[in-house]
Design a protein around this ligand. Structure first.
Ligand SMILES: *C/C=C(C)/C=C/C=C(C)/C=C/C1=C(C)CCCC1(C)C
Length: 245
């Protein structure tokens, strides 16, 4: 048996295979980010440790899924839709938990967290249905998903989450604002990938793009960036406390 036909991991990556490239780089970046967040945990006090832990979990879960998705693409040259959505259904609710953890110090209630988690699950389940089972009606499921997405945007920008952030003020408010921008601009990358990869009236607009490349870029920005915002807040809050003490 030819040794080179054995492990797919030794397969060549064509220089114009941007999907394979971004899966590979994505896996490494998520691993590095997870290591960074986990190893930095001990330098923060309890209140912030959980937030950093969640940042680590988000990037760790993504790293594992990227490893599988990289393999899957290499073997099948097909979108790893299932792994993609399993990754998201675990990590996006965790990002909702981050919003809650940050605002908890200012008195946020658990109900806010559950509301955001519920909306994110609706957004992802309907997106999955549009990409897989009901592909012919992808526009409809994408629309339902988009509505859930806009409710999340409303909730954090103008709803109860916003009010609590304003009450908290200072570093919490500015971190909340940055995370809000991530959701408004960073998360808006995903519907573009969806429209590039599903049939519909919008095909002509985004048809030239690769769904996977767009999703991979979105994940790198959102998962690592989101984590770094939380990390930055923990650093500022810990320094401030040391100065006061
Ligand atoms: C780490 C993964 C993240 C932050 C994933 C976020 C995914 C979305 C915001 C997906 C949104 C979608 C729409 C708003 C409409 C079309 C279907 C989706 C699921 C791609």
């Amino acid at each position: 048996m030819n040794l080179l036909t054995l492990p797919t991991i030794l397969d060549k990556i064509a220089s114009d295979d941007y999907v394979a490239f971004t899966f590979f780089v994505g896996a490494m970046a998520m691993m590095a980010a997870a290591a960074f967040f986990f190893l930095s945990m001990s330098s923060f006090d309890r209140k912030w440790k959980t937030s950093i832990l969640v940042s680590g979990l988000i990037t760790f879960i993504a790293a594992v899924h990227y490893w599988y998705m990289r393999d899957y693409w290499q073997m099948n040259a097909e979108s790893p839709t299932f792994f993609r959505y399993v990754d998201w259904i675990l990590t996006v609710p965790l990002m909702c938990v981050e919003f809650y953890l940050i605002l908890k110090v200012a008195g946020a209630k658990k109900s806010l967290m559950w509301k955001l988690i519920f909306l994110s699950v609706v957004m992802l389940v309907t997106g999955y249905l549009g990409e897989t089972v009901y592909r012919d009606a992808a526009w409809f499921w994408g629309l339902v998903s988009g509505i859930a997405y806009f409710v999340i945007v409303y909730e954090i920008w103008l709803g109860s989450a916003k009010k609590i952030a304003v009450q908290a003020g200072g570093a919490v408010l500015s971190a909340h604002k940055t995370l809000c921008w991530f959701v408004l601009v960073g998360w808006a990358i995903y519907p573009i990938g969806y429209m590039a990869g599903t049939p519909g009236w919008y095909e002509g607009v985004f048809g030239g793009l690769s769904l996977d490349v767009v999703y991979n870029i979105g994940d790198a920005i959102n998962k690592i960036g989101f984590g770094l915002v939380v990390y930055n807040l923990a650093v500022i809050a810990t320094e401030k406390k040391q100065v006061e003490a």
